[in-house]
Design a binder for this molecule. Structure first.
Ligand code: ATP
Ligand code: MG
Length: 402
């Protein structure tokens, strides 16, 4: 019998919830990724509780509850101002569409609940007294750093094809090896990923790329050809393999991930938008990746460098510097140049169109925009001081020249 020496604080805080369920005569355990992460001495994020009590019984035991997903058996229990999701043990059956069970059945047996989970390292249960329940030898797999499907991998990937992406995601996050039979089953069932919504694939893909060993996850994804069933990745294995030669563990956020991908697929800034639309990323992300890619595509000492940096904005300049670093190019100077720009935003111009009109220098009309734009460009390029007198003189000069 294995016992955890010290429970993380998050579990300590939730122990009373388990105790209360047990006092009412039911079983209750911590389950899921937080038990795995505790055993790996990693910090935990979400506390998942599984119980033999049915939702109605949980609601009877606790004064304060919220129905968060009662049809799946989940009730949120409020304890000490904190919300805890308690999910009734359940089995799943059907899966005609390779992605969601046709039927969820509540059961009283922990074992049946653990059997429906994806990998042995995700199928532990932890009792309130710190005892670990390990039915599928997950502890041995943890020790040997192995990702192994619970039961028959073929069946498991047929039930839910997203699990194949989860496997490569965990390979990256944990730096684990996917066990041979599990890996083979991914390769043989890769086409089932086509049944899964892009949104769910996106979540796993980004987690993989931002894990501690993205090269490992990406390589697994490519050897099993999961990429063939991802938007825009079909027939691009060669380019994606090139990616694994770079220190991808330096990627810090989704913007950098997608800039790196777009770069390796040699997408032009115009091609980035339709590509990312297929992946259903947010419009903000598309905007930022396009801007970062614009910066990244500049030659050293490009004459439009200052304008490109201004247009990108600080966060995207930082992202471009980091992606350049991963690609083996030193572009730290972009950040210095950006920080020394006289203006970071058009609103910081020391003169406005309104003032120019009030002073009778320019009449309202299309010319106004052009003049202001030229002034802005000169300020960005440090050809002009961003001070009202200097700007006014420059306007007069521009008008005389025209
Ligand atoms: P993370 O650290 O990213 O939260 P996790 O393992 O907790 O990882 P979750 O998506 O939060 O992953 O799911 C919680 C648990 O539910 C998993 O540990 C696993 O036992 C089970 N689970 C989640 N998704 C699936 C799935 N698609 N198939 C089978 N079991 C799953
Ligand atoms: Mg989790």
């Amino acid at each position: 019998m294995v016992q955890i020496e010290k429970m993380p604080q998050e579990f300590e805080d939730a122990r009373a919830v388990l105790q209360k369920i047990e006092d009412a005569g039911f079983d209750a355990f911590f389950v899921g990724g937080s038990v795995r992460d505790t055993l790996l001495n990693k910090p935990i994020h979400d506390v998942d509780i599984a119980s033999s009590a049915y939702p109605a019984e949980i609601k009877h035991i606790f004064k304060k509850t919220v129905d968060t997903g009662i049809e799946h058996g989940t009730v949120m229990v409020i304890h000490d101002g904190e919300g805890y999701e308690v999910t009734t043990f359940r089995t799943e059956s059907g899966y005609q569409d390779f992605r969601r069970p046709d039927q969820v059945t509540f059961v009283r047996s922990l074992k049946e609940d653990l059997m429906r989970r994806d990998f042995t390292i995700n199928a532990f249960a932890l009792k309130e007294d710190r005892t670990v329940i390990d039915i599928f030898d997950g502890l041995s797999d943890l020790e040997h750093k192995i990702i192994r499907a619970v039961g028959d991998p073929h069946e498991r990937f047929h039930e839910d094809a997203l699990r194949m992406m989860r496997a490569v995601r965990f390979a990256s996050q944990l730096d684990f090896k996917i066990e041979a039979k599990t890996l083979k089953a991914i390769e043989e069932n890769n086409m089932l990923l086509g049944k899964i919504s892009v949104e769910r694939i996106l979540v796993e893909f980004e987690k993989m790329m931002l894990g501690s060993k993205p090269n490992r996850g990406l390589e697994d994804m490519l050897t099993t050809k999961l990429n063939e069933y991802c938007p825009g990745f079909k027939d691009r294995s060669k380019e994606l393999y090139q990616l694994t030669k770079y220190p991808l563990e330096l990627l810090e956020n989704p913007e950098q991930v997608w800039t790196m991908i777009a770069w390796s697929l040699k997408l032009t800034p115009q091609e980035v938008m339709p590509f990312l639309k297929q992946w259903k990323t947010s419009n903000d992300l598309i905007k930022n990746v396009s801007a970062t890619l614009q910066v990244l595509s500049m030659d050293k000492n490009d004459q439009n460098e200052r304008l490109a940096l201004f247009n990108a904005g600080e966060a995207n300049v930082v992202n471009a510097v980091r992606v350049a670093q991963i690609l083996g190019m030193n572009r730290e100077a972009w950040l210095d140049t950006y920080q020394n720009l006289q203006i970071k935003d058009t609103h910081e111009m020391a003169i406005t169109g309104k003032e120019l009109i009030q002073k009778g220098i320019i009449k309202p009309g299309p010319q106004m925009g052009q003049v202001l734009n030229r002034l802005k460009l000169m300020v960005i390029n440090d050809e002009l001081k961003n001070e009202s007198l200097a700007l006014l003189n420059a306007v007069n000069k521009l008008q005389k020249d025209d």
